[in-house]
Design a protein around this ligand. Structure first.
Ligand SMILES: [Zn+2]
Length: 697
């Protein structure tokens, strides 16, 4: 936990006073709904999603600076985040080539000359960097970073219009004398997306620093949205594209405790139903409360679902919660990549295959129909994976159910981390499951890692997520600490005001399944430690101070240890890390007779760099008696565990232009196979790669 500076201490005291006032109002209004969990008192250090006073949140965030990675996987990623990812993005987004982000804000503020350049959503993507930098500061207290953040915020505040509107494409045209440029003229201007990310960044910055500078801009932005909701509601509803603003405005309510912001979040959400000519491209073809399947543009969908879950945490609205559960079931049982990636299609149609063809519209970057999960042609935008993490985190917050934490972890380790290179400077917009040298089509997005992407939404989205993973690792509820993610770390938190607790987690997870948790500080009263037992760990074991834990451990739940703890108590959890051959449901036609390999929460892949000369990725077949050994390795991919075994290569004669031919006779040749974690592929130059491999030769 960071030591609060005086400004931060003042803020914490103010927050406590505000929250106490709110709690008093709730009591006078009859208190939380029946069955709602007991309140955590609000003087606690505020978390990434500040749910400590949310009446329908079962598991709450720990404080933003409460978790410090110490060693191993996430510590390495966090170090790369501080030393490479955040500074690299600062350079890329601070310049004028190949696009403009911060510079657009400087022009809008009157501090630079020029015209707006880049997509309309560049503002929002720049605010994601600001959020990442603030989250890093919450842990590192890096004074130089703090000063650079302050300067950026000064420019943002100058660029903002007096009524709270802040959207540089319009403001720069206004500044150049163009009175015709106004808010909400084009639904693809992404104004609500930009304002949403501004507000979210402000909440994180405020919690990290105690400063109000960006929060004041966020409050003004919310006032602009509130005025727009009153005076041009349909326009606002139609323009709510890629809706980051539902999450944002709820978070602003949690930060300020001003009920008008919660009312605004509800209004903004309900306004969606005014749209009568919408499409699944923005999930407004049918009202949200009637939706039961994951459909449409996957990033926008996941942001919408996350925003709905935030509203449920504050309101308990079951008409929002029921669709969320149904959509989640549809996602995990029919539409999810094995890596956790979402949105398998470059382009889809909606409603797909209906009789009335005139009612079908094109949907881009989309969820496909059930079981439609292409491999070479998979889209799987990195932002969709980030959106899934945001959504699953909120579902976990609402329910305390391990399945949401498990999908969050799978997505973080595979789909999200794949989006950024090991050195933290090159990016994927799309995340294919198979890359062969001869591809059947020209794809819109690069399939090699790039330092810049014309749509730069994913890079800062990954970086803010890596900066904030510590906040997803633990949770707290009255009388309990939850361990959602494993990694070498120290948790320094409070269960209740003054009830301090410190846990040290020592592990080399996800490479190794042995996890030790040492109690270094504990309140005198008993409390419960909840440890997530992953669904894949069928023979996990637990020891307390060296003695086997008597209760069975059920995969896919949280194991509970309730006791009066002492300093020096040690809990040891061992999760089996055997490689597992995975198959897909038979209706996933593109994966028929193929297997993928998982070890613990990591998905593995075959990359051509690891194949013998003359053997291509598409030649490799895994025999039915296939076995894998794990080996620890350090090199260009970082410290990783690779998997090795014997497979077969069936090198086929070259294809002519024929589409079909009689099967040629080829002699299988034994080869040494080496599989690497999927998230590390594409870090050794141009390559072929596949996650799914033919099985059963
Ligand atoms: Zn993106």
């Amino acid at each position: 936990m960071t030591v609060p500076d005086p400004a931060r201490r003042r803020f914490l005291a103010q927050s406590a006073a505000l929250a106490a006032g709110l709690a008093a109002r709730e009591v006078s209004a009859g208190g939380p709904a029946p069955g709602a969990p007991e309140e955590v008192r609000p003087e606690l250090e505020p978390g990434l999603t500040e749910t400590s006073a949310s009446p329908h949140a079962l598991v709450r965030s720990v404080g933003l600076g409460d978790v410090r990675w110490t060693e191993g996987f996430w510590a390495d990623r966090f170090t790369t985040c501080c030393e490479s990812m955040v500074p690299n993005l600062e350079t890329v987004m601070g310049g004028t080539e190949p696009s403009q982000f911060y510079h657009n804000l400087k022009i809008a503020a009157g501090e630079a000359e020029g015209r707006h350049r880049g997509p309309a959503w560049n503002d929002g993507d720049f605010y994601k960097w600001l959020e990442a930098a603030s989250a890093v500061f919450a842990v590192t207290n890096d004074a130089a970073l703090d000063r650079r953040i302050d300067e950026v915020i000064r420019v943002i505040a100058r660029a903002q219009r007096a009524d709270g509107y802040l959207h540089t494409p319009v403001l720069i045209r206004n500044r150049a004398g163009d009175r015709g440029a106004e808010p909400f003229q084009d639904r693809l201007n992404f104004e609500t997306y930009n304002l949403g990310h501004l507000i979210t960044a402000a909440c994180v910055h405020h919690r990290a620093t105690g400063k109000r500078s960006l929060l004041d801009a966020a409050i003004k932005a919310a006032e602009f949205l509130a005025e727009a909701a009153r005076t041009r509601s349909l326009q606002l509803a139609r323009n709510a594209v890629c809706p980051s603003h539902y999450m944002a405005v709820v978070e602003l309510y949690r930060t300020t405790r001003d009920p008008k912001h919660l009312a605004l979040a509800r209004t903004l959400f309900d306004l969606r139903d005014l749209v009568t000519d919408g499409s699944d491209d923005n999930q407004d073809r049918i009202p949200f409360r009637k939706q039961r399947t994951a459909a449409g543009h996957a990033v926008r969908a996941n942001y919408l679902y996350a925003g709905a879950a935030d509203l449920v945490a504050e309101t308990g609205d079951r008409t929002l919660l029921d669709p969320l559960h149904a959509i989640w079931e549809d996602l995990v049982s029919r539409k999810l990549s094995i890596t956790g990636a979402c949105g398998a299609l470059y382009d889809g149609a909606s409603p797909d295959g209906v009789k009335d063809q005139k009612s079908i519209t094109r949907v881009h970057q989309a969820y496909g129909r059930a079981y439609q999960l292409p491999q070479s042609a998979a889209h799987n935008e990195t932002c969709a994976a980030v959106g899934s993490v945001l959504w699953n985190w909120r579902m976990l917050t609402l329910t305390g159910e391990a399945r949401f934490a498990e999908l969050m972890e799978l997505t973080l380790l595979n789909a999200v981390l794949a989006g950024i290179s090991v050195d933290g400077t090159r990016f994927f917009y799309v995340n294919t499951l198979r890359q062969l040298d001869t591809m059947p089509a020209e794809f819109r997005w690069s399939r090699t890692r790039e330092p810049f992407i014309s749509c730069f939404c994913c890079p800062p989205n990954v970086v803010r997520t890596v900066a904030e993973v510590g906040s997803y690792a633990y949770g707290r509820s009255p009388g309990a600490v939850w361990v959602h993610l494993y990694g070498g770390s120290v948790l320094d938190t409070e269960l209740a005001p003054g009830s301090k607790l410190r846990l040290r987690q020592t592990t080399d997870y996800p490479w190794d399944g042995r996890i030790a948790l040492a109690v270094e500080r504990t309140p005198a009263h008993p409390w419960t430690l909840r440890l997530r037992i992953p669904g894949w760990s069928v023979s996990a074991s637990l020891r307390l101070n060296g003695k086997p834990w008597p209760a069975p451990l059920e995969p896919g739940t949280y194991a509970e240890i309730h006791r009066t703890w002492s300093m020096g108590d040690v809990v040891e959890l061992t999760l089996p890390m055997r490689p597992r051959l995975m198959q897909a449901h038979p209706l996933v036609e593109e994966a028929r007779q193929q297997v993928a390999v998982q070890r613990g929460p990591l998905v593995y892949c075959l990359e051509s760099n690891d194949l013998p000369q003359g053997v291509r990725v598409s030649d490799v077949v895994l025999p039915r008696d296939f076995a894998l050994e794990s080996r620890v390795e350090s090199g260009r991919l970082g410290d990783v565990t690779v998997l090795e075994g014997r497979a077969e290569a069936r090198v086929e004669p070259a294809w002519s232009n024929a589409l079909y031919r009689e099967v040629p006779s080829t002699d299988p040749r034994p080869i040494d196979l080496r599989l690497i974690p999927y998230y590390t592929w594409g870090n050794r130059g141009r390559s072929e790669m596949t996650v799914w491999m033919p099985f059963g030769g």
